[in-house]
Each structure stands twice: as structure tokens, then as C-alpha cells.
Design a protein around this ligand. Structure first.
Ligand SMILES: [Zn+2]
Length: 257
């Protein structure tokens, strides 16, 4: 094959977020990269991949976006509900959500199946990046993020623009009874095989609706990380050797025309 590892790495965008020139949002996929299979375009240092390969993958993804590694705010995700405010780049310990109104600092979510959720308040020019799997969703981390944006930035929830990105879909996301019982029946689909599938995208969309965020302000990706094995890493599908995608959001500096 002639293709170079980085000849064609797709960048995933949000149609809704891309309407706002004051912010930048982008997400990687698993296509390309220098890591061996199944890692491919893996952007996480913490999943058993070679560090040098991850560094090269990251350099390429960020280079394509013209963002530097030292502009990232990386949460050390723990499937909890802690929200931290970001004023400078760096590592943010033990948290699954970052909020900020600082320009040119990019809030990161590392993903394979869990929901990456991004918020932008065009009035106060503030942003949030959220990592929500079943644990975080059950803890209603998204609601806590909105409350934190109200407290820190004076955000009015109805103004928020929200993007729920590619994640494990209800088509594939099977859970056991012990997880299913934590959620309302509304979010559980019983399959013909008598398995239970959990709809975390709908559950988190409902959390946004509780704050009276209009439907026109919400975009939910239809993409499922488990069944689209070409495009996405999936922990559920690939297990311990699963890579991670990176999604990031940041406020651009300077005058916006
Ligand atoms: Zn699926």
C-alpha cells in the first residue's frame, strides 16, 4: 500500500458548533495513524500503545488543526461527576468535565464509546467539554456542568448550544441488569434476544431539555462507535487494546468577523 499513515485522517465536525466562528471544535477518528492495529490513529498515552506513536499521531492531528500540544487542557477521566474550571492548559486531575472562558485553551475529551458532550454559550463566550459514560450519566454530570457554567460565567441555560458526539449507540450498547436498574425504562430497549440496550444519548439529551434548551440548540450524532469499526475506536468492541479518539473545543482569540 502506498498510503502514508497520515495521508487522509478525517476530522469530525459538529454542524451546529461550526456555525459559531468564535469557537473551534474537532474530533479525530481511528483512521490512519502510525500505531499498529487495532490502535491505528490512537491519541491516548494510557491504553498500552507505544508512546512515540501516540506522540506522532497527536502531533499530526493537532498540526492539521494548527493547535499546539501545550494549548490542551486534559482531564484525567475517572467516570465521576467532578467539574473543573480551566484557566490555563495542563493536566486536570480526577475529573470528567472542564469549563472555561479562557481563549486559545482547548478542552479535551478522550473517547471510545463514552459520550463526548460539548457546550457553548454564545452570550457569555464560555465552553464546556464533558465525558459521560453510564456512570457519569447516572450521576447527571451534564446537569452539574450547566450549573457550574451558571455559577462561574452567569450562563443562562436556554442560550446553550450543545453537541452530543459519536458514542456507543442504543443499537449496540448492551448492559446488565445491575446497570439497567439505575436508569428509567424510557432509556432501556429490550431486544428480541432478551438483552437490554441503554440509550445514553437520549438520556443526556433529556438532561438538556430539563434546562429548557431548545431543540434547535441541540445536535446529537447518529454515529455509533461500536458498529462503525472503520471510523471509531470502541472499548466495547476491541477491549484492552482499544485506542482513543480525541475531541476538543476552544475559544478562538482575537476579533471575529
Ligand atoms: Zn451500534
Amino acid at each position: 500500500m502506498n498510503r502514508t499513515p497520515f495521508s487522509d485522517i478525517p476530522i469530525i465536525h459538529s454542524e451546529l458548533l461550526s456555525r459559531y466562528p468564535e469557537i473551534r471544535f474537532a474530533m479525530s477518528s481511528r483512521i490512519g495513524g502510525v500505531s499498529s492495529e487495532p490502535y491505528g490513529m490512537n491519541l491516548s498515552f494510557h491504553v498500552g500503545d507505544h508512546q512515540e506513536n501516540v506522540r506522532r499521531n497527536r502531533e499530526f492531528f493537532l498540526g492539521k488543526l494548527n493547535i499546539k500540544v501545550d494549548q490542551l487542557a486534559n482531564p484525567q477521566q475517572v467516570h465521576g461527576d467532578t467539574v473543573r474550571r480551566v484557566r490555563k492548559p495542563g493536566i486536570y486531575e480526577s475529573c470528567d468535565a472542564l469549563i472555561s472562558n479562557t481563549h486559545e485553551v482547548y478542552l479535551v475529551v478522550s473517547i471510545a464509546d463514552c459520550l463526548p458532550i460539548f457546550l457553548f454559550d454564545p452570550e457569555t463566550k464560555s465552553i464546556a467539554a464533558v465525558h459521560a459514560g453510564w456512570r457519569g450519566s447516572e450521576l447527571r454530570i451534564l446537569s452539574k456542568v450547566i450549573e457550574a457554567m451558571k455559577n462561574e460565567f452567569g450562563t443562562k441555560a436556554q442560550n446553550l448550544i450543545a453537541y452530543i458526539g459519536p458514542a456507543a449507540g442504543v443499537c449496540c450498547y448492551e448492559v446488565g441488569q445491575e446497570v439497567a436498574r439505575l436508569f428509567s425504562k424510557k432509556y432501556l430497549n429490550q431486544t428480541t434476544m432478551n438483552k437490554i440496550h441503554l440509550d445514553l444519548k437520549l438520556m443526556n439529551k433529556d438532561l438538556l431539555r430539563e434546562f429548557d434548551i431548545p431543540e434547535s440548540h441541540i445536535e446529537v450524532s447518529e454515529e455509533c462507535t461500536i458498529c462503525n469499526s472503520i471510523m471509531f475506536h470502541s472499548y466495547r468492541r476491541d477491549g484492552q487494546r482499544s485506542g482513543r479518539m480525541m475531541a476538543l473545543i476552544g475559544l478562538r482569540a482575537g476579533e471575529i468577523k
